[in-house]
Write a new protein. Structure first.
Length: 84
């Protein structure tokens, strides 16, 4: 009973400190517990949170705007030309 409550309450407390979805933290706790045992209870959510943040930063990354669209169009034109 205590272990089950711990698996539910711990993610809620971790979520207060981190701005991550509760289901992500809960899956990190359970997955870490299954994969690494008791130490995974702490390692699982941390690894999942770091992975989540890295993925979110990668997805939100916007390439810098260019001032020379003609150069880009020329490069694209060279790529699309068939080699003879």
């Amino acid at each position: 009973m205590v272990g089950t409550l711990d698996n539910v309450i711990r993610p809620m407390l971790i979520r207060m400190g981190a701005d991550l979805p509760l289901i992500l933290i809960l899956s990190g706790v359970i997955g870490g517990l299954i994969a690494f045992g008791m130490i995974g209870l702490f390692i699982g959510p941390v690894l999942l949170a770091v992975s989540w943040r890295l993925f979110a930063a990668w997805v939100e990354e916007v390439p810098p705007p260019t001032d020379q669209p003609e150069e880009i169009l020329e490069e694209l034109g060279e790529i699309e030309k068939p080699n003879k």
